[in-house]
Design a binder for this molecule. Structure first.
Ligand SMILES: C[S@@+](CC[C@H](N)C(=O)[O-])C[C@H]1O[C@@H](n2cnc3c(N)ncnc32)[C@H](O)[C@@H]1O
Length: 512
């Protein structure tokens, strides 16, 4: 192996590297790596992997070279000296067939173009990136797209942009990425740029059963992109069974194969796929024009910044004798709500199990102005270091709790069990595991009818069109995305919600 420790950039500090390993290092399984390499090697004599890790793509290439009696070379780089050294010590890399470099692909990309690029880039989310690095990422986006993309894009997104900039004309690229690449708020701008400048040939998605990363809650998607004129149609594949050869056979057939036991292979219009989301099944184009925003607004639940201190069990609140005017009924965890209702019985059950149900919610008075018991508890908070905790330190004073009216409908948005709407009959305020849904009218009848529509399977089926998806099949929905949830027109009619004459953004006529 050449240049292993030559292109010097010292190993990252141990704890940082551990973090990287935790967050950025998921190894691609053979059955997926093989299909990706098969795509890029056509008419090529060298494959480049900018994030080589333990060489999953190199191993796949070696196998393919053996089978096809070819000698396509490999060039890989990685930022982590130790992982490369481990690979070398274990004899993973054969010096004659590969060139591996210690190199940061973002800060110091190779100064040449490539015919074949394959990668499983580090999945490092934006809040773990330093300010300096974010500045470099901004420049990459400006250079490629002509503008910046939303700061919530993770490092993997910039790996893709940077790699596309290094792709030769007619060259091919295969990237395996988390689904947020096409579901995040930045996705629209990113894919507009890609699909106007490159040919997105094929997108490969996976069912939860076939996920390439079974131990990581990431929904992976593979993008196969060629540097030629864009086309109006793409091939879209859903892999339904893991660990089998169909995916490789399909890629080897140059997408000619249209049926395989473990694959669902579809042709899609690029426009529809971009509109629906590349990671999502096609939509049939009969989507209702009405969204939840026509009938309600959505806000996230309360972020306390320190549930240990602010979210109390009933017993604890009694023990500390906190007066009721400083406490609000609240729910914290998705699994504390079974089924579709939160009512007094739910609260009693949680109380009897010793689960917290009371939000300590002081307002902005000075500490001395509170009753003595509250003063004592706040002082205890100070001695526990609460005022310096991240979110809390931005509040003035530190204990002044966010305010939310109790929403009539709550949305449980993250969890392994199905995301769902919950009717709030107990007047609780939800914490951040939930979203608050405020119908545009306070009329009980209006709320009940909207609730019926939201309960309907046809409505909840549409959640996948606005949600972020995870490997286990769990979904997460942001407040603005939930407002875009499509409500089927015939259900709105059936439940007599006033669909006629709705002006978007304005309060609909109250029912009836
Ligand atoms: C998800 S792993 C993939 C490794 C391997 N290609 C595979 O698929 O199994 C991503 C790799 O990117 C490396 N990496 C992280 N940041 C990098 C950077 N800025 N430049 C190059 N490699 C980086 C990590 O050390 C890690 O080995």
């Amino acid at each position: 192996m050449k240049n292993l420790i030559s292109h010097q950039k010292l190993p990252t500090e141990w704890s940082e590297r551990e973090k990287l390993r935790e967050k950025g290092q998921f190894w691609t399984p053979d059955w997926v790596a093989q299909a990706m390499v098969l795509y890029v090697i056509e008419d090529s004599n060298m494959v480049f992997d900018p994030a080589v890790g333990r060489g999953a793509f190199y191993s796949a290439l070696r196998r393919i070279n053996q089978q096809n009696q070819t000698s396509v070379k490999f060039y890989g780089s990685d930022i982590d000296a130790e992982i490369l050294q481990e690979g070398e010590d274990e004899g993973l890399f054969e010096p004659d067939t590969c060139d591996i470099e210690l190199r940061d692909f973002i800060l110091d990309p190779p100064k040449r173009h490539f015919r074949s690029i394959v990668a499983n880039p580090p999945y490092i989310r934006h809040h773990r990136l330093s300010t300096e690095l974010k500045e470099v990422l901004k420049q990459i986006s400006l250079k490629a797209l002509g503008h910046t993309i939303d700061a919530r894009a993770g490092l993997h997104v910039y790996f893709l942009i940077q790699a596309l900039l290094l792709l030769e004309r007619n060259g091919k690229l295969a990237f395996i990425m988390p689904a947020d690449t096409c579901e995040g708020v930045f996705a629209n701008k990113l894919w507009q740029w890609i699909t106007r400048n490159y040919c997105l040939e094929c997108v490969i998605a996976f069912t939860p059963k076939a996920t390439p990363f079974p131990n990581v809650d990431t929904n992976a998607v593979v993008f196969l992109i060629k540097n030629t004129e864009p086309k109006e149609r793409i091939i879209w594949v859903k892999v339904c069974e893991p660990e089998n050869r169909d995916l490789s056979l399909f890629v080897q057939s140059k997408f000619g194969l249209r049926w395989a036991d473990s694959l669902r292979i579809l042709g899609r219009s690029l426009n529809e796929a971009l509109r629906t989301g590349l990671s999502r099944d096609p939509s049939d184009g009969t989507m209702s024009e009405y969204t939840l925003f026509d009938f309600a607004t959505v806000m996230r639940g309360i972020a306390t910044g320190g549930n240990d201190f602010f979210f109390l069990t009933r017993e604890e609140s009694h023990k500390r004798a906190i007066p009721p005017e400083f406490l609000r009924l609240a729910i914290g965890r998705t699994r504390d709500v079974e089924g579709s209702y939160v009512d007094n019985e739910t609260i009693n059950r949680l109380d009897s199990r010793g689960r917290p149900t009371l939000l300590f919610a002081p307002d902005g008075w000075r500490i001395e102005e509170f009753p003595i018991e509250v003063q004592k508890y706040l002082r205890e908070g100070e001695s526990r270091g609460l005022p310096t905790k991240p979110l809390i330190s931005s509040r003035k004073p530190w204990y002044k709790m966010e305010h939310r009216e109790a929403p009539p409908i709550i949305f449980a948005y993250l969890g392994r069990r199905n995301a769902r709407f919950v009717r709030n009959l107990a007047g609780v305020v939800p914490l951040t595991g939930f979203l608050c849904v405020y119908p545009r009218s306070k009329s009980q009848e209006y709320i009940e009818r909207l609730w019926q529509v939201l309960q309907h399977q046809e409505t909840t089926d549409n959640l996948k069109l606005v949600a972020k998806t995870y490997g286990s099949g769990a979904i997460k929905v942001e407040p603005r995305s939930l407002e875009r949830l499509r409500l089927p027109a015939h259900l709105l009619n059936e439940y007599s919600l006033p669909v006629q004459g709705i002006m978007r953004g304005l309060e609909p006529k109250l029912w009836p």
